[in-house]
Design a protein around this ligand. Structure first.
Ligand SMILES: [Fe+2]
Length: 211
């Protein structure tokens, strides 16, 4: 009996968590901060790489949440900074960089999202320690957050904004490869590139030009 109640309670928790994740994802769409099919597809690629690397089910689930909602904290960044054409001032950049902390704060309070919230907090760390907010190096950043960093960068590069056109997939891949070992994890990057090279052309041609 207690077993059954526990199972029901767990199923309810999973339902609530899924509903909250969908709600946040829709909020990102409303603010035009989600690149829709791109982000979802890239999250799938991240999970495949995680699986290849032997990450457990819980880890993969948290990776999926973080990959979809990594930029949820941008909801707290003023629109004039988010949409500013051209380079940001130092002050504006600092305000923009706050989004990873905002995302962590939002997600950590959701039951079952504590680990995913840490991956969101650290999705802008760089492999060489030059990232933010912690300046973590290499393995100090959780592997899931290192994967999200690659997904986020690729998504940002191929996405168009009102003030700039997204890069083509080949150029984005080239930039990822150039950043392997400094900005990005040198083992995860080639794994991601392998999938992107085989699947990106079909996916992104089918969904229209890079945006
Ligand atoms: Fe981000």
């Amino acid at each position: 009996m207690i077993d059954l109640q526990l199972k029901e309670a767990h199923a309810q928790l999973v339902q609530v968590r899924t509903a909250v994740i969908c709600a946040f994802s829709q909020l990102l769409d409303l603010k035009d901060l989600n690149t829709g099919i791109h982000s979802t597809r890239l999250a799938e690629w991240g999970i495949r790489i995680g699986r290849e690397l032997g990450l457990g089910d819980e880890s993969l689930r948290d990776l999926e949440i973080a990959a979809i909602l990594h930029d949820v904290g941008k909801i707290g960044v003023p629109d004039d900074i988010l949409n500013k054409p051209g380079p940001l001032t130092a002050e504006e950049r600092a305000a923009m960089q706050k989004h990873s902390e905002y995302g962590w704060r939002v997600l950590r309070g959701i039951p079952g999202c504590a680990r995913a919230s840490l991956f969101v907090l650290h999705h802008h760390e760089a492999y060489d320690g030059s990232g933010y907010p912690g300046g973590l190096r290499g393995d100090e950043t959780p592997i899931e957050a290192r994967l999200v960093a690659i997904i986020d960068a690729f998504d940002a590069m191929i996405s168009s904004r009102p003030y700039r056109c997204g890069l083509g997939v080949p150029e984005a891949i080239e930039r990822l490869e150039r950043g392997a070992g400094s900005q990005f994890d040198p083992v995860l990057t080639p794994a991601f590139v392998r999938i992107a090279l085989t699947e990106a052309p079909g996916v992104f041609e089918a969904t229209g030009p890079s945006r």
